[in-house]
Design a protein around this ligand. Structure first.
Ligand code: HEM
Length: 331
């Protein structure tokens, strides 16, 4: 077996990406805890191991500005400065603090009020299709729906949604990708700078004229005397904006494609629209918009019979140390 046979770098090939499941199956069967020398990470594919990684390993995995500088990549520091303040990359008390403060914006009352409003937005977009023979699902529905909802959720002008969409796509390309592409870095840097300026201006505006939304909630939330700093509000507005858009767009796109490929399931859903909730759950599982994530293993761990130090150390030519674990599963 060559080193590339099981490497996730094959996902860069559009044909493999279009149907990655045979690759995942080979990984699960042949080497469920696999050292990928191209990713410099362990790829973990069996459900119980994935659960162990998600529960026990650290989410604090984004490089700090200091680490980037030490690697000679200080030009990327403005991105790292934002990411280290995002809840996605935190554990324990630091994570709980941010989640608790952010949760104020997702109260049951707010979410219920938004549910009806999201339906209205979806209906409005679909009403626009009535007079058309053809509709481009992604650009005319799957992208604008979460972008409009996100603008409203954040409490920024809805007219800004194409801009939010654009920044989100740029930032997500880096967040959701295990491949660093130096050619794209200037665009990500520019997006981070623009988003930071945008949310700073939005905060200034909200301080003058308060308006309901996530940014306002993050600005004013107080738990045990704790408040978020302006930089934390900006960083977590960015992660929420990005987190809510690409995932939802791709769930709609993947979901529709899957239904078209399974006409009997589409017919069943059309006959019984009450099935929509379990159908969405199943589509999330079956053709997930989020197929991998990463955690850092503590220095000495054994997982699925593999010791992270040995293999990673051999590959780097040193004695071992912390290594990344990509955890993903489709069971
Ligand atoms: C189909 C829809 C969605 C999918 C598949 C999805 C997927 C995920 C996954 C897998 C994670 C965990 C990543 C990790 O820990 O490694 C995550 C975290 C997160 N998502 Fe989503 N997401 C979706 C929708 C949304 C929406 C609508 C929002 C915002 C309104 C959002 C905001 C976030 C945030 C802020 C986090 C970080 C949470 C934390 O660290 O505590 N996501 N999402």
């Amino acid at each position: 077996m060559s080193a590339t046979d099981l490497s996730l770098c094959q996902l860069l090939d559009p044909k493999v990406l279009a149907n990655p499941y045979p690759l995942y199956q080979r990984l699960r069967e042949q080497d469920p805890v696999h050292w990928d020398p191209f990713l410099h990470a362990w790829v973990v594919t069996r459900y119980p191991d994935v659960i162990t990684v998600l529960h026990k390993y650290t989410a604090d995995r984004t490089p700090t500005p200091e680490q980037l500088s030490a690697m000679g990549c200080s030009s990327l520091n403005p991105i790292a400065q934002v990411m280290v303040k995002q809840m996605l990359f935190m554990d324990g008390a630091a994570h709980t603090r941010l989640r608790t403060l952010a949760a104020a914006a997702f109260s049951t009352r707010r979410v219920e009020a938004m549910r009806a409003h999201i339906q209205e937005i979806a209906h409005r977009l679909i009403d626009g299709f009535a007079s058309k023979e053809r509709v481009e699902l992604i650009s005319e529905f799957a992208e604008p729906l979460p972008a409009i909802v996100t603008a409203e959720l954040l409490g920024v002008p809805v007219a800004d949604y194409p801009q939010l969409k654009d920044w989100s796509a740029t930032f997500a390309e880096m967040l959701g990708n295990f491949q660093h592409n130096p050619d794209r870095a200037p665009r990500v840097l520019q997006a981070v700078e623009e988003m930071t300026l945008y949310f700073r201006a939005a905060i200034r505006e909200l301080k003058k004229t308060p308006r309901e939304g996530l940014i306002q909630s993050l600005l004013t939330a107080e738990v045990n005397g704790e408040r978020l700093t302006e930089e934390e509000v900006i960083a977590n507005s960015i992660v929420t904006m990005v987190g809510g858009q690409e995932t939802t767009t791709n769930l709609i796109g993947n979901g529709m494609l899957t239904l078209l490929r399974h006409p009997e399931s589409l017919a069943e859903l059309r006959d019984n629209p009450a099935l929509i909730q379990p159908a969405v759950e199943e589509l999330l599982r079956f053709e997930s918009p989020s197929q991998h994530t990463a955690r850092l293993a503590p220095a000495d761990v054994v997982l699925g019979g593999q010791t992270n130090q040995e293999e990673a150390g051999r590959d780097r030519g040193d004695g071992g140390g912390q290594s990344r674990s990509g955890a993903f599963s489709r069971s």
